[in-house]
Design a protein around this ligand. Sequence first.
Ligand code: ZN
Length: 666
Amino acid sequence: MKKRKAAAVFCAAVLLFTGCSGGADTVSDGTEETVPEESGPVRAQDDFYRYVNGEYLENAEFEYGYQATASGLNAVDVGEQVEDIVREIVAGSGYAEGTEEYIIQNAYNSYLAYDFENAGVPQQLQQAMDDIMAVQSVDELLILDSTLNFELAGRFNLVPVTFDTNYFDSTEECLTFTQLSSLFGADFTALEDSYDSLDDVKTFTSIVMQSMGCSREDADELGQQAGYMVMEVYNHTDTEQFDALMHEEYFQLYTREQIDEILTNVDLDAYLMAYGIDLTGIDEFGIFDPEQLQSINDMFTDENLDVLKAIELSNLIQDYGQFIYPYYDQLRQYSSTSYDTAEDQAINVVINELAAETDPIYVEQYYTEEMDDALVSMCDDIRDEYREMISEAEWLSEDTRAGLIEKLDNIIYITGASSHRHDPSEYRDLTYDDYFRFIVDYRCMGLMESLSGFTQPVDRSAPGMAMQTLNACYDPSSNSITITVAIMNAPQFDLDQDYYANLGGLGMVIAHEMGHAFDSNCINYDQNGAYNPSWVSDADRQTLIDRNQQAVSYFEDNFTMFGVYHVDGEQTLGENYADLGGMECISRIPETNEERMIMYESFAAIWCQKILDTAFINQIATDVHSPSYIRVNAILSTLDLFYETYGVTEGDGMYIPPENRISRWY
Ligand SMILES: [Zn+2]
């Protein structure tokens, strides 16, 4: 089960436009580009975004199947960089045993050598399937579920328990009952709109059971019941949490006694022991959605045994489908691959399964000490300006200002320098003769590694995301900023370009992330990263709320697209504030107009993207970021220094009367 940490991480990049689903259905006919066509040169004072990006916006063309195209943040295709690395490694030779290269090359060859069509269902999987079918009680099934998840590094537990940060004391992890946002493959957010996603659960469960020899009628009945179970849990789910920016606000600590009152049908000690976790001495559990957990508990009755077995089997088959599908006529349809050649398929498997191996190599290839020095020094410049701005913010009490500065000074930077090659000796025992054996052992090693991490104090410097991900993030519980290697590409960063160009690009990303530490959501975390909304006094909190309200109105009143679509000021508040604070901060660094112009232009350039109207409307409805066009113009239109730099006056397109402008720190 994945940790739901993502909810607490605030990212800089809108990755919407990289998310090509590859299908023609993403393009609908009759759509036009978003930014209105204009003729003649655009003045900086009228529309800064188009002034900088106009040429691209007019000439760029969409690639087939894409909804957007960009020349800024996403100019470099990181996926291609990683693929090149993998192709080069598999074609090379002479790698030392246990190194990342060795694992990649051997996994690739092992995959190619494996005869998925004729090898038969691997014995361990066959045994697991037989064991599930033979189970006689729900108690037995629960233990088997936990055992199989441990032995096969499965991704699903019937009981949704995992280790997560203790949000009230972020130096430690605690066993946490997460909130499920999907069950048996049915996504709960999709269920809010229609019950279509239930069909997949019903159909797949039925097909699995027919493959196991059930009659069509019985199998359909089990599928039907699986659907009812999903609905039952969904009906007891606090769906408000899905939309919450701060998932942590729902986090509670329960005692063992409280948990036992909910989990009346589960022997928790035995369940977790089968996973290698001893509960002796543990009396504190995190929990997000007690009512949902109660409804999950209520599923575990012997009357439901047959349908629970069907679900357990379906999950196992989904996790290891490629080894099972070819041997059952009705399941074969699920094993289709989308690659032309076996080699391409193998490359894709390596990229997806072995990101932990490709990541340090990516860093080695694309990151240097010189880049790290430049990055850290830029981070320090930005932090220095924040320190000044916060100390000057006399609208806050002295205590709060001191607290915020302490929080600022506690922020740590996580960069490519935090990533290290692994110790080859720990990977020597992996075997490659049989791809199934390899992948199970490899996944189990990953599981063991994450389990052992949980007994240690939280490592604040663990990267928030892979270094080959083009993004940056602020994590409030570790009070850290992760700046990946992939985001340190041109145009946002280049050692050979002007400092102020880097400042407007990557520097703005960093300042934005640092700004998140003080945004309307993350302000609830104290200087040590604990979720503690009362660490800011009531009076200061009210002042902050009042200013928030001004920011909501500023975005909603002044910026629309097509004259109708307003940015949702509440939804985008955290991100707008991070942008605003970030820009106020970096604007203080240049000393001349020229330097400032380089910086502003670089800022507008990294957000340059052309997007279909349909995608744009969808973004406004769902994204916590404002669209790029507004992201640039709205922020600059409220910044006095921008007015001075370009001589913006009343009557210009970028002009907003002083009484309507907002500020984060002034
Ligand atoms: Zn952000």
